[in-house]
Write a protein that binds this ligand. Sequence first.
Ligand code: NAP
Length: 332
Amino acid sequence: MIRAGIYGATGYTGIELARLLDQHPRVTTVFATARSAAGQRLSDVFPTTLDLPLIAAEEADLSQVDVVFCCLPHGTTVPTVQQALAAGVRVVDLSADFRLRRAEEYERWYGSTHSAPHLLETAVYGLPEVYREDIAQAQLVANPGCYPTSVILPLLPLVRANLLADATVIADSKSGISGAGRSLSLKTHFSETHENFSAYNIGRSHRHIAEMDQETGLSVIFSPHLLPVVRGILSTLYITLLPDTPAARVHEVYATMFADEPFVTVLPDGRLPELRHVVGNNQCVIGIKPVALAPERCIVVSVIDNLLKGASGQAVQNMNIMFGLEETLGLL
Ligand SMILES: NC(=O)c1ccc[n+]([C@@H]2O[C@H](COP(=O)([O-])OP(=O)(O)OC[C@H]3O[C@@H](n4cnc5c(N)ncnc54)[C@H](OP(=O)(O)O)[C@@H]3O)[C@@H](O)[C@H]2O)c1
């Protein structure tokens, strides 16, 4: 059995991870840490039947685990990651702290100096569809952000096939409220979000743009929205293709890139994905639609569950790859 530890088990991604690991046939959860709820049990602080004891991070015994998952806010993970790596434990970090390759980019987007820039060189960006072989060898995997997963996956086939006429792409995304985490805030308060719909950080201001640009080589204009549902992200990408690109060629590059991917589904021509395709599963579902009367344009829509393919599901997928297990184990 693979022995796992979870840091930040009382957050939305931590709870989802605890649930996934509990049903995983090859993993046992050795410890789960909490900050304010240390000393309680997971079932005391969340409506779950998982009765995991919660300990303070300082009490976690790294000699008893093979892998840890860091489900902590960005800017807080570096000491934990360093301790785990020093103890020979492999790490999947769900925060943004190791996703950017250049420390200057981290500073630019996150507003503080990175305290372990040397680790950025060794961290592997945990998008299995792109970095599967590197993930298998990695000590530290930086699990991608939720919005970036929903934008990068549907852009890559067009980038790789050189079908884009314009390196600037518009991504219009809508996320369920759990994307903002479990901490209370006015912005995510029920009476502020229920029966409401709003855009925020639009243009070139959301931090997730850094990952999108890094992984696609494009310049993404990004409009995130807060959708009054608990989970799920739907991203709509507005694409300008090279002149005379046949619609069939566009579909073909998607079908080819994702043919053997267990967690990416490309819908048949003209069919569009919706949140119900993915809420509760680890899929990214993509639909492609040519624009009538504007043959050089197409619109690509992708959906993921932000807490699964956008976070904890992808983290388990990465762990499976790191330990040489069937990639889909515990996720189907
Ligand atoms: N939510 C998503 O859809 C999603 C998707 C992809 C990636 N992520 C990333 O995954 C990480 C966790 O997200 P989340 O949504 O699960 O967050 P969350 O619900 O806010 O939970 C954060 C967890 O970290 C603990 N914590 C908070 N501040 C801490 C600190 N200073 N030191 C140690 N522990 C602290 C919290 O404990 P207390 O309850 O005691 O504060 C809680 O257990 C974040 O970096 C986030 O950006 C989230």
